[in-house]
Design a protein. Structure first.
Length: 228
């Protein structure tokens, strides 16, 4: 839901801490923080890198060596609009999906999240069966399995890989009339040009539009001929 209805990258969803989802003024708020400079929970206004080191003896996941550590998460190209917290908010579309997410989030933490083992504590929300932070590799494997179970093929060109959810989010925003600036803000791009990749119409949409234009032109020509 975070990717399909919130437009997050997989790395952003996996980077969430348990405290990153709150209820403020009756509304569900999901914030994605800079893994190093983001504000940590608590009253000390500590940076996340310091918080991870002091409380858990951990390193921010974007600083891990990608080729050596499966828990690495990239953090490039994000626009952190809240400069005080060094974070950005997730904008669900359609908006009512925020309530659905809040319910699922609560159920997950109450019934499904495996807590870290003693001595291996960490703040990350999503965990594997051993209570360790969920990795890119583990999620992609689970996603492929889920796609296969519903009779589809997991393929980038088909839009059925994890990143396809983000593409779908951008395309739905564009189809529903969102401006380029709104799409840029909702997808947290640093430049408006970056949003174009996610909002390009599908081939079927282009063909349908051209067919509609052709029908419109044929109708005009028919009217012109009838007038003679």
């Amino acid at each position: 839901m975070l990717m399909h209805y919130g437009g997050l990258r997989l790395s952003e969803a996996l980077s969430l801490w348990c405290d990153d989802v709150t209820v403020e003024k009756g509304e569900v708020v999901v914030r994605v923080y800079h893994p190093q400079l983001g504000l940590a929970p608590g009253k000390k206004r500590m940076k996340r890198q310091t918080f991870l080191r002091d409380k858990y003896g951990l390193t921010p996941r974007n600083l891990l060596v990608k080729s050596q550590d499966s828990l690495f998460l990239g953090a490039k190209g994000r626009a952190f609009t809240d400069r005080q917290r060094m974070s950005f908010e997730v904008f669900f579309h359609p908006a009512f999906k925020a309530e659905v997410f809040a319910q699922l989030w609560s159920e997950y933490h109450c019934m499904h999240r495996v807590k870290p083992a003693l001595g291996q504590e960490h703040p990350y929300a999503f965990t594997n069966k051993l209570g360790q932070p969920y990795s890119h590799t583990a999620y992609r494997k689970a996603h492929r399995g889920a796609v296969k179970r519903i009779g589809l093929i997991s393929e980038k060109m088909l839009g059925t890989t994890p990143h396809g959810h983000r593409h779908s989010y951008g395309q739905r925003l564009a189809a529903d009339g969102a401006t380029d600036l709104t799409i840029k803000s909702a997808m947290h791009h640093s430049s408006i040009e970056s949003s174009g990749v996610y909002t390009q119409p599908k081939s079927t949409q282009v063909r349908a539009t051209l067919a509609a234009l052709e029908s419109k032109m044929a109708y005009k020509h028919h009217d012109a001929d009838s007038g003679d």
